[in-house]
Design a protein around this ligand. Structure first.
Ligand code: FPP
Length: 245
């Protein structure tokens, strides 16, 4: 078990998590999938609080993908209800910990109730500055890139941007993540080793960390273990080891 004292000062600025394994966790225990999601929200709270505690500035959680709309209607409804109830309940935790809430994705496709609750918590926490918690909701990276290309194309057509001046900064400014830095560490739980259409552009130089732990079982020490592992890696950004030292 890794504890806080074993970490050095090189804390990743932006941690993103693919929270996977709620369904399998429930199945293993003989529960309905909904129970897995409910317990997943407890793991969300622990991950948020422990990230803030060690000085992570940006935490981005993949809470609902564009593809998740294809799940059984009842499960989608459960997830949306959990989102609304968690937002109502956790506003206090966010305020207490000075955390700003942010959301990325096709938010208009969420049920009205979820949109209203989300916007309210975003508004109430907008001045908090210890950490930004971003929920990816109805998010898909390809959809985000299509939207970005469309917006830039319109600007080119209208003469607002010259095609020769399109660079990484221009693209970044049109993504849902325009206010976030690139991801430093991407964690996926439950043993799957895939990206599943999450932040494809933003993880270009991220360190990837996969763990067998199912999301509802992901505790503070598991997060610290991921960061401990990250701290042992050498991020070269295309350079040689010698150039870095
Ligand atoms: C993946 O497990 C998890 C999800 C699709 C949803 C993540 C949602 C939560 C953790 C709870 C709600 C979140 C917030 C922010 C209130 P899975 O169902 O794909 O698990 P499986 O692969 O084992 O079936």
């Amino acid at each position: 078990m890794i504890n806080k004292e074993q970490l050095n000062s090189n804390i990743p600025e932006h941690v993103a998590i693919i929270m996977d394994g709620n369904g399998r966790w429930a199945k293993k225990k003989g529960f309905f999938r909904a129970v897995g999601h409910e317990n997943g929200t407890k793991a969300v709270r622990e991950a948020v609080e422990s990230s803030a505690e060690i000085g992570v500035k940006y935490l981005t959680l993949y809470a609902f993908s564009t593809e998740n709309w294809n799940r059984p209607k009842l499960e989608v409804e459960t997830l949306m209800k959990l989102l609304v109830s968690s937002l109502k309940k956790e506003i206090k935790t966010l305020q207490k910990n000075n955390i700003k809430l942010n959301a990325i994705g096709n938010l208009e496709s969420l049920p009205k109730k979820a949109q209203v609750e989300l916007l309210e918590v975003i508004e109430k926490t907008k001045s908090n500055d210890r950490m930004t918690l971003t929920l990816a909701l109805s998010y898909g990276s390809r959809e985000e890139l299509i939207k970005t290309i469309e917006e830039i194309s319109i600007k080119v057509k209208n003469g607002v941007i010259s095609p020769h001046l399109i660079n990484e900064t221009v693209i970044n400014e049109h993504l849902y993540t325009k206010n976030l830095p690139d991801v430093d560490l991407l964690i996926r739980t439950s043993g799957e080793q895939r990206i599943s259409n999450f932040l494809l552009w933003q993880i270009a130089y991220a360190e990837l960390y996969f763990t067998e732990v199912l999301w509802p079982d992901f505790k503070k020490s598991d997060l610290f273990e991921a960061i401990y592992n990250y701290q042992k890696r050498e991020r070269r950004f295309g350079k040689t080891s010698e150039q870095l030292s």
